[in-house]
Design a protein around this ligand. Structure first.
Ligand code: DAH
Length: 338
């Protein structure tokens, strides 16, 4: 029996060594150490041995079994590692970036709009989105521009028939906002606007950002304060702001706002056409008539409003000479903002 044990152990050892997969190894294990495996069968023969021989043989079988167990464990680990490594190699996905792949970037208009919105949101302004197809009422009448009023000539508008038009100014959003919100209120409304104009500084489609603040005791000083911060934030700490008297039907008094030219520092250059100042927006104290039309008592509340072209701000910030560049989607132009 001793020989038989040694023979079985040797055979099992060989088969363990030859096993080339975890499944194959498992089959060897069942063959020898399984419930009715060869070694277990051997144990069954113990009962035919003499009582003196039984413990001796028992010890032999158990130690053979134990050393086989160790070999199974070792070989199992080896095969497992090998199979894992093979699977990892086979299933590998190369996720490293190809450096030649062009990386996109935000359009300069989008990037500047986001910065503008962030600036006003950080000051507590609410953001409103208005419709691009607007009614005559919101775009003009409620803003104190009745039909046949000469102020309509200030904005050559695309009329769509009926009462509809392509909004010519985001100021239309002011009215919608005041109709649905009670003061105190602070809102901005960025968006696309449309006018029949087409030259180096005008595009039939462009973008504006409207701002409105209504509360008790709001004055021109509050407007100046916010615009000073705005100008320094976007055009540099040294930037000065000046108000020039102007006319808008929806504000009284109205101003046009210039910033000192950040290119020449105010000395006069090509960008500021030698004046040292760049006009950036229109603003004023909300006309009492407009407040009343929107259901706000002008004896209790006052407000200021302003509106500027996002395109114009982007052009000043980046020194872009022609508004059309923003709309041609020429890759050579857009690439420069990456
Ligand atoms: N909507 C005016 C425009 O398109 C800009 C503007 C001027 C907006 C004065 C305002 C304002 O809110 O108060 O030219």
């Amino acid at each position: 029996m001793e020989e038989k044990i040694e023979q079985l152990a040797a055979e099992c050892g060989n088969e363990i060594a030859a096993a080339d997969s975890e499944n194959a190894l498992y089959a060897v294990r069942v063959k020898y150490l399984g419930k009715s495996g060869l070694i277990s069968e051997l144990m069954k023969g113990m009962k035919d041995l003499s009582p003196e021989m039984r413990p001796v043989m028992g010890k032999l079988v158990n130690s053979a079994r134990a050393s086989l167990e160790t070999r199974f464990t070792e070989k199992g680990k080896e095969l497992h590692d090998k199979e894992l490594a093979a699977r990892l190699a086979a299933e590998k996905i190369d996720i490293t970036l190809n450096e030649d792949t062009p990386v996109g970037c935000l359009h300069p208009l989008t990037a500047v709009r986001k910065r503008l919105v962030d600036f006003f949101v950080s000051m507590g302004f609410d953001v409103m989105d208005g419709p691009e197809v607007e009614t005559d009422y919101y775009n003009f009448e409620a803003l104190n521009v009745p039909k046949d009023h000469p102020a309509r000539d200030m904005q050559d508008t695309f009329f769509l028939g009926g009462n509809l038009l392509l909004r010519s100014q985001t100021s239309a959003s002011q009215v919608r906002y005041m109709e649905t919100h009670k003061p105190p209120l602070k809102m901005i409304s960025p968006g696309r606007v449309f006018r029949n104009a087409d030259d180096a500084t005008h595009s039939p489609v462009f973008h504006q950002l409207e701002g409105l603040v209504v509360d008790k005791g709001i004055t021109m000083c509050d407007l100046k304060g916010i615009l000073d911060d705005f100008a320094r934030h976007f055009f540099g700490k040294q930037t000065k702001v000046r108000f020039r008297p102007s006319y808008f039907p929806f504000t009284e008094p109205s101003v046009e706002v210039d910033v000192s030219c950040s290119i020449c520092g105010g000395k006069g250059c090509k960008i500021c056409k030698g004046t040292g100042w760049i006009e950036i927006l229109g603003a004023g104290i909300v006309n009492r008539k407009v407040l009343r039309i929107c259901g706000i008592d002008p004896d209790e509340y006052t407000g200021f409003a302003f509106g500027f072209g996002i395109d114009r701000i982007a052009n000043i910030i980046h020194g872009i000479p022609h508004i059309k560049l923003l709309y041609e989607n020429d890759i050579r132009f857009l690439e420069q903002f990456r």
